[in-house]
Ligand binder design. Structure first.
Ligand code: 3LM
Length: 404
């Protein structure tokens, strides 16, 4: 995957994740930037405060609309995503809701893919539709369906790729081209949580915004909640000063921004390990006689393999599969794991397993799950950073147990 844009391109991804935006000389030599734990900022005069509030002069006023530690993190995420700017949030849902409310209004139309993280799906269908925005479900893995659903008042096209939990892929470049041709003001937003900008850069492929649950791989250690959106400066100003500051208030704390930056320093290394372990395990799972079907774009048998090779650097750390015997066999597998933890969330050092139909995607009705490919027997694995042989042993004994 070629990197076309973003931040200081003299430097590579890992260097930017570690250094972007910070010179120790600006902080009395501190190698690690200080954490600003302050809610408000003192002005030198009324005139100064007025100019900062009017955004005629750069400066901080109140931490809900920005602070130095958050700004440093935002600069790093923007650089990694190849964006002009980014806005950080207290959670992924904080980012998704603030972004959407900042860009859409009643009477407009939003296209969403048919598989999204459960709370995102609920937000669009229950939270947004309630305020007079028309929300239309489209099967976006065929871009022709997006073309057919576009109307002049379509304001936003929103999807995840790979989609949580069933690993469908969507061709970002093809969808962005179709959308921008049909309605130049329509925004294409991609939830890039599953990939991180190390694996996939939606803006380089023509999208207008990349969104994250930073709680996951970017934080990387399962010890915080955070979110982010990256895009043009103009769009991010709208997201910050309307979506975040006025609509949701879902602002990240300085301490958590510091922890995310600590996580980002090892993002490249961690993603390499997540991806290599996941590919190794996917091959073992695919070959096991207890397995009915596996969803992992790194496998040659995946219908998304060619697209994954085109738009992702590697195939990610998430695997979904169904066992012969469906739901009951899936439950036997999840109850049989020993090293692996039975928990929602993903992107942590610990390998996690969960049951989408009853947990992360409970917001879908049984009919919607059936229609949108979230089988009752689907099991989701987030492959962690443990010794790969230990994961192989645990997965294999749990598959053997599920088959009995
Ligand atoms: C999960 N996902 O286990 P937060 N976008 C994507 C996500 O996967 C998530 C969010 C946004 C899970 C969380 S489910 C009870 C636990 C692709 C979260 C939302 O607000 O930071 O959780 O991000 O799949």
């Amino acid at each position: 995957m070629a990197e076309k844009s973003g931040g200081n391109l003299r430097h590579g991804f890992a260097t930017r994740a570690i250094h972007e935006g910070w010179d120790p000389a600006d902080g009395e030599g501190a190698l690690v930037p200080p954490v600003h734990m302050t809610s408000t900022f003192a002005f030198s005069s009324v005139e100064d405060g007025m100019a900062i509030f009017a955004r005629e002069k750069p400066g901080y006023r109140y931490a809900r609309s920005g602070s130095p530690t958050i700004a440093l993190l935002e600069g790093r995420i923007a650089s990694l995503e190849g964006a002009e700017a980014a806005v950080a949030f207290a959670s992924g849902m904080g980012a998704i809701t603030a972004f959407t409310w900042a860009v859409c209004q009643a009477g407009e139309r939003v296209l969403i893919d048919q598989t999204l993280y459960g709370s995102t799906f609920a937000f669009f269908n229950e939270g947004l539709a309630k305020f007079g925005v028309e929300v239309v479900h489209v099967e976006m893995s065929d871009p022709a369906n997006v073309a057919a659903a576009m109307t002049p008042n379509t304001r936003l096209v929103y999807f995840e790729t790979p989609a949580n939990p069933n690993m469908r892929l969507i061709d970002i470049a093809a969808v962005a081209e179709i959308v921008h041709k049909a309605a130049p003001d329509c925004l294409v937003a991609v939830d890039n949580t599953y990939c991180t900008p190390y694996l996939q850069r939606p803006l380089d492929l023509g999208a207008d915004a990349a969104l994250h649950s930073v709680t996951k791989y970017l934080g990387g250690h399962g010890d915080l909640m955070a979110g982010a959106v990256a895009g043009s400066q103009e769009l991010m100003d709208k997201v910050r000063f309307n979506g975040l500051s006025k609509f949701t208030g879902a602002v990240l704390s300085g301490l958590n921004a510091h922890l995310v930056m600590r996580g980002l320093k090892t993002l490249e290394l961690r993603m390499e390990r997540h991806c290599s372990s996941a590919l190794h395990l996917a091959r073992i799972i695919e070959a096991h006689p207890a397995v009915e079907r596996i969803y992992y774009p790194g496998l040659e048998s995946s219908p998304y393999h060619a697209l994954a090779k085109r738009q992702m650097r590697a195939f990610g750390g998430m695997i979904a599969f169904e066992l012969k015997g469906g739901f009951d066999a899936g439950v036997r597998f999840m109850d049989a794991v020993e090293l692996i933890s039975l928990a929602v969330s993903l992107g942590d050092a610990e390998t996690l397993v969960q049951h989408p139909a009853s947990m992360t995607h409970r917001t879908y009705s049984p009919e919607q799950r059936a229609k949108y490919g979230i089988a009752d027997g689907l099991v989701r694995l987030s492959i962690g950073l443990e010794t790969p042989e230990d994961l192989v042993a645990d997965v294999t004994q749990a598959l053997d147990a599920a088959a009995r």
